[in-house]
Write a protein of this length. Sequence first.
Length: 386
Amino acid sequence: MLQRLVAAGGSVPFSTFMDWALHDPDHGAYGSGRLRIGPDGDFTTAPSLGADFAALLAPQIAEWLQELQAHRPADQPLALVESGPGEGSLAADLAEALAVGWPDLAARCELVLVEPNAGMAARQRQRLAGCPFPCRWASFAQLAKAPPWGVLLAHEVLDALPVERIQWDGQRWRRQQVVLLEQAGAGALLRLEPGEPLAPELAAPLEDLGLLPPSPQRPAGWCTELHPGLEPWLAAAASALAAGPLLVIDYALEAWRYYAPQRSCGTLLAYRGQQATADPLLAPGEADLTAHLCIESVMRAAGATGWEALGQARQGAALLALGLAERLHALQQQPARDLASLLAQREALLRLVDPHALGDFRWLAFNRGLPLARPRFLREPELTPP
Ligand SMILES: C[S@@+](CC[C@H](N)C(=O)[O-])C[C@H]1O[C@@H](n2cnc3c(N)ncnc32)[C@H](O)[C@@H]1O
């Protein structure tokens, strides 16, 4: 990291720093495969809490795959594609759930993992060694050469796309730089500084996001993030599928909340050893760096790249529509199981819908290339007669 900064002249835009800190093949947190996901790792995600998350999502995925199966030409492949699979837990548990619940569909399907970091892909290969249907790793560009009809999942991956940090200096927006400071006897220090005024192509969304005209409620020094990586990612994702839905699940806020004057330092956090800090420079390459999504920015980038919006929900509501309450209730009907594991499973299910944590995640669904029914996770839960 320091060598790269020296080679770049001692300072780079924050987005470049974030890219290196996450993706450098030797020193990046994901590139090296150093980060561990799960309750015993650096941070916890919904799929890393156990197989319940995938089991609840599986009927939605199966319904989409059935719709694709009904429309696709016979010679076109059918795929479940996951971008940013982390430890591979969601892909592995979903493949298992599909093979058990929808074996005919699973027999026609392949699993494709899109993972740019060799260190993470190595662990995914181990986790998916017993995958019940064909499984391969490919980039969006490779998929685009013979795009399958498929369902694309992006669980907590868009929050890892490098963001641009911008700072108001009282007169104009500036792009923050990470600067290397050499201090005699104290080694190298990194500092965030307001850099060049924002270039016109980066400044374009400011008005839509309510950041122009300037408001006196945002004093000099107020900073936030922009998401220039969203549109390229969504464009590449669109070309990787012949047709099918995209489900983005992530931390996300409406623009009015994201860019509210009182949120004076954006949403960027660094995670390591289950601790979160707002200082992204503390342990470059050792910590996850993550910023929330802005819902309007995702919607706009999706529309510009050919995705039609299917709808959105908070995770708590989505999982209740998919049967989480029934699953909780069914736990009580399992007297043969030991109490400790029952309680742990119950706790994990409740964490998925906790409105102050994972339950506030957003599910944003998009589609391209064929008509699809209203997603199951947006429908009212079906009531079973007493
Ligand atoms: C926060 S982890 C999420 C892992 C998993 N989806 C989960 O929720 O447990 C982010 C994952 O996305 C990968 N990743 C980062 N940037 C990516 C990109 N541009 N395309 C695809 N994967 C990416 C990382 O290597 C890592 O596997």
